[in-house]
Ligand binder design. Structure first.
Ligand code: FES
Ligand code: FES
Length: 152
């Protein structure tokens, strides 16, 4: 049994500690907002936060989350930055098919938590590992600037 703090709630997880966090979230906890894209840490669809840091849930074992705060797209609105990012995403109508977007948002929130005035270069660097097959990159960048403005 592994105990994690999942979206603000202490949660006991009955799964092999080697299980990738992605499958714990999706299959055990029924939190399907975190997506599977590549399974090898290349696409960013599965980004969640571990104690506020962005990690790829597909290559993070459950054991690495023991005793830590795990935040997923389902819980990110609880924070001021998460709320601002989601509002900006809606305002600028960022989403196309949507598959990559929870990972994009989680990376954007992690960036803005560290840097409230990111430049285009900062955004490109922070989200370089988040692939969007619909190529929504221009709107993602604009939405991050929008959220930064709302937070200032
Ligand atoms: S599914 Fe984790 S990075 Fe692609
Ligand atoms: S919105 Fe379709 S993959 Fe990004």
């Amino acid at each position: 049994m592994t105990t994690i703090n999942l979206n603000g709630k202490s949660t006991r997880v009955d799964a092999d500690p080697d299980t990738p966090l992605l499958w714990v979230l999706r299959d055990t906890m029924q939190l399907t907002g975190t997506k599977y894209g590549c399974g090898i840490a290349l696409c960013g669809a599965c980004v969640v936060h571990l104690d506020g840091q962005p990690v790829r849930a597909c290559t993070t074992p459950l054991s690495a989350a023991a005793g830590k705060k795990v935040t997923t797209i389902e819980g990110v609105h609880a924070g001021r930055v998460g709320k601002a990012v989601q509002a900006a995403w809606q305002k600028l109508d960022v989403v196309q098919c949507g598959y990559c977007q929870s990972g994009q948002i989680m990376s954007a929130v992690a960036l803005l938590a560290q840097n409230r005035k990111p430049t285009d270069a900062d955004i490109d660097a922070a989200l370089a590992g988040n692939i969007c097959r619909c190529a929504t990159y221009v709107r993602i960048r604009a939405a991050i600037h929008e959220a930064a403005g709302a937070l200032s």
